[in-house]
Design a protein around this ligand. Sequence first.
Ligand SMILES: [Zn+2]
Length: 78
Amino acid sequence: MSDTLFCYCCRTHHPREQMRRFATRRGERWRCLRSIEAARGQPGERDAFGRRQSEINRLAASQTAERMVIPHFRHGPP
Ligand SMILES: [Zn+2]
């Protein structure tokens, strides 16, 4: 169970044998073969990955927005 690596694409851990080092602008990251193949070959698969990633980003953004908005509601209008 310890021989896993963090896949920056799926944001989860996969077994090492499914992982390849992948150069990004921020340096080398580990990506699983499945995500590399998906990005390379099939537009549908890549779109699914992109959609899921943007969904995660959107959720994180809305959660941050909620935390920032709530205190303003408490103060109310002057
Ligand atoms: Zn992965």
